[in-house]
Design a protein around this ligand. Sequence first.
Ligand code: SF4
Length: 503
Amino acid sequence: MQISVLGLQDERFQRPLQLIANLFFEESEVYLHAQQNVDVQITIDLEIGSSIRVNALLLDKEEIEKSAFYETLVIASESEKEQFKQIKYAVSHVYLKVLQEWTGITQKWGILTGIRPTKLLHRHMQKKTPKAVAHQQLKEDYLITDEKIHLMQQIVDRQLAVVPDLYELQNEVSIYIGIPFCPTKCAYCTFPAYAINGRQGSVDSFLGGLHYEMRRVGEWLKENKIKITTVYYGGGTPTSITAEEMDMLYEEMYTSFPDVDKIREITVEAGRPDTITPEKLEVLKKWKIDRISVNPQSYIQETLKAIGRHHTVEETIEKFHLARQMGMNNINMDLIIGLPGEGVPEFTHTLNETEKLMPESLTVHTLSFKRASEMTKNKEKYKVADRGEIEKMMEMAEKWTKEHNYTPYYLYRQKNILGNLENVGYSLPNQDSIYNIMIMEEQQTIIGLGCGAASKFVDPLTGKITHFANPKDPKTYNESFEKYTEDKLKILSELFATNQSHA
Ligand code: SF4
């Protein structure tokens, strides 16, 4: 789909208008100038005075016309950037409306293309805006539908029930630990995940670096009396290393980190059932790991094969029962809607199988075609359901979870996600993952250790966010972990020193 947008000179419009176009069309190109043979031309007429008045007129090849108008008062703002933002929203409004009319598709999230919609509602809650006013504002500002506003409110309420001090946790941190190995690589995967077989040398050096990072960061936290809220081991698959290696790693955590007994939650992803053994479960129990994740993704064997997961459906079920028997009482399971070859009948089967296990939490993802994955590179090989069917499956997940006493407690959106839907985490009462809430709502710093681990520094005073990424491949990590650790400690010292001097 080629769209030519006329009437806007500022190049900064290109990206937001492209992102909105992506919500409607699989492949689209937006030009901010006249272009021969485009499918649609949209002329924007913008007037800025005490209010922003904007008109959009869409004209397609068949000379079908659609138009929209929007007016909003200019909010006095100091920075040029803020002013542009207001204009950008106004233009996005009319642009979305004409595209909705033309395609007949309603975008339930309106002009929002960001990843964390619930943050917008939290901002209102923090300012104590009455709910009705906040909802109205979200509707007006972003054209979000009532259905999605209701979902956002439900999630925000739940998060505040689980973490009542969510808005006061900026002086604590959470820790993410990335273990970049997996038994084999899945076709949709863009995580740092390297097939572990035959790489023991590389695993050994990686773990050496990781222990070093944990020690240094732990020392810093102790010196600065900073508490840890949650710890999350992800990757890759953190249970793809041996039981002995896991044992040493958790011992390091207990020795190096401050007050591990007071950490609210420690999660270890055991995503691939083929990595779970009784010995490893013993180690998890020994170190009081509260929460694990065993991920079926689908209960259809052919699908698992097609996406490169070399384990059987039976193995998922078997390992789930094993974990249960050995006392793991907070198990999360991830499902993916829209895997190749899957539609309503396959997803119905997956939900029926889930019912037999009833994990404490369930994360329902919608397949996303990430640019770097094998699946995206060979898109024609993978047949996936259309938008309507994806939406239907999403509704089935909503209905099923509700009927089985699960409540949504976090959500995030992705670019290039099928049907432009969202990923939702559901949980049974009091089994919500606090780490997932922390990562989504960005109320505190998350320190990333290990391969591919992204640190997110949230200024405790201003809330400003900066990012820092550890190297993705084990080789670079092994060569440079000391430098990366020192760089992070420097950022942390600046961040928390400023805070302490203002306190
Ligand atoms: S198990 Fe997860 S991290 Fe590992 S290859 Fe598959 S999707 Fe990637």
